[in-house]
Structures are given as C-alpha cells and as structure tokens.
Design a binder for this molecule. Sequence first.
Ligand SMILES: Cc1cc2nc3c(=O)[nH]c(=O)nc-3n(C[C@H](O)[C@H](O)[C@H](O)COP(=O)(O)O)c2cc1C
Length: 221
Amino acid sequence: MIRIYKMKNLFSRARECYNKNMRFLGINGSYRKYGLNAKMLNFLKKEFLTQDYNFEIVHLVDFNIKHCRACLSDDLKLCKPEKCFEEGDDFELLVSKMIKSQGIVFSTPAYWYAPSAIMWNLIERMTSLENTETKFLDGKPAGVIAATGEDGAQSAISSLVVPLIHMGMFIVPFGMTYYSGKEDDPETEAYLRRLAKNLVFSAKKIPPYCWWKNKEEKCLS
Ligand SMILES: Cc1cc2nc3c(=O)[nH]c(=O)nc-3n(C[C@H](O)[C@H](O)[C@H](O)COP(=O)(O)O)c2cc1C
C-alpha cells in the first residue's frame, strides 16, 4: 500500500511541475553502455542541457528487472503495479524515475529487426502500469530511437511505439530517429535536436489532462 501511495504521490507531483523543475529520462536498451544508443543519448543530454534541463541516462543492463509473470493472462485483476513492485527487483526504482520525469526517450538497438530483449522485457513489465485505473504513463511525452548495423531500426521503433501509445504515452511529433550503420550522421543529429526540443515543448504545453478519463482533473483513483 505504501509503495502504490508513493507512486501516486510522485505521479501527481510530476503532473504539477510541467513548465518548471522539469527533468527527462533516457532509457538505454543496449547491452553496451558505450555503443551507438549511448552515443545518441549523450547527444540528447547535451541538447537538454543547452535548454537548461536535466536528462538522466539509465542503462537497462544495470537494472535487475525480472521477467513478467504474466499474471494478467491468469486473471486481469492480478496484474497490478503494487504486485509488480513486490518482485524484489529494480522495477520499482526504474518506474519511480519514469513517473518523476516529464518525458522519456526509449533507446534500443535493433536486434533481429526488433527491440533488444531487455527493452522488451521492460515493456512486458510495464503492463502493470497500464492495467490499473491510474494509468501511470498517461499523457507523458516520449520519443523512441534506435541503432542498427544496417537495417531494422524502423521495425524495432514501431514495435515500441505501439505499446507505448496504448499505455497512454504521447509520442511527440518527429519523435523517432536512428543511427543506421553510420554514426555521426548529421541527419540523425538534426532529428535528435528536434526530439529534445519537441519533448521540452510538449512537456511545457500539454497540461495535466487525464487522457484516459478525458478529464482535466482526477487522474488518480
Ligand atoms: C543479437 C544481435 C542482433 C542484431 N540484429 C541486427 C539487425 O537485425 N539489423 C541490423 O542492422 N543490425 C543488427 N545488429 C547490430 C546492432 O543493431 C548494432 O551493432 C547496434 O549498433 C547495437 O547498438 P549499440 O551500439 O548501442 O550496442 C544486431 C546485433 C546483435 C548483437
């Protein structure tokens, strides 16, 4: 109970601080902390800093996130964030960072035309954040970026965008880009700059509206 109360508290505080005290989060789904995903996220961090905003980068490899237990498939009512937080892993810690941030960038390598297994594992666990009356990601601006050796970035990105939209996230305009075999690509960098600006703009302009209930208030239940 205390855990879910804490999350609801973070959720309502995060919604209040749009336009001020904003912070952003980048989640690296690569097994390498020094690869192209990390490079893009570091590029974004500098872009956020030029706008005076903090952008925290977290590497999923540093987090112990257990597999989803698929409680939802047994009974919809069993899949709840409070239950997921009791797994004794780092899911709760990562979720608190997600909820506290005013925008999130999901960054994944294309592994066989799909997101990495650790990124997809996170998406599966995030089911509990959606399968509850308080949709914890409701209206949160997001972007999705990827890195590949050659191709497969678009299919990896699309695989992430669909569930994120269904979880209530706001994929910002021009909110996707990728390095495709070629790093330091000026076109990708132009898109990354645009992504940082559009995330900040969306976080400032989108009021704390409850998109799930179509109400200006009462997102919490
Ligand atoms: C298991 C595995 C599968 C991969 N599958 C693809 C692929 O389908 N298409 C592709 O272009 N590159 C593929 N790659 C290459 C990675 O996408 C590429 O090295 C990317 O830069 C990895 O991200 P990172 O640099 O952030 O670690 C694969 C790499 C691994 C390890």
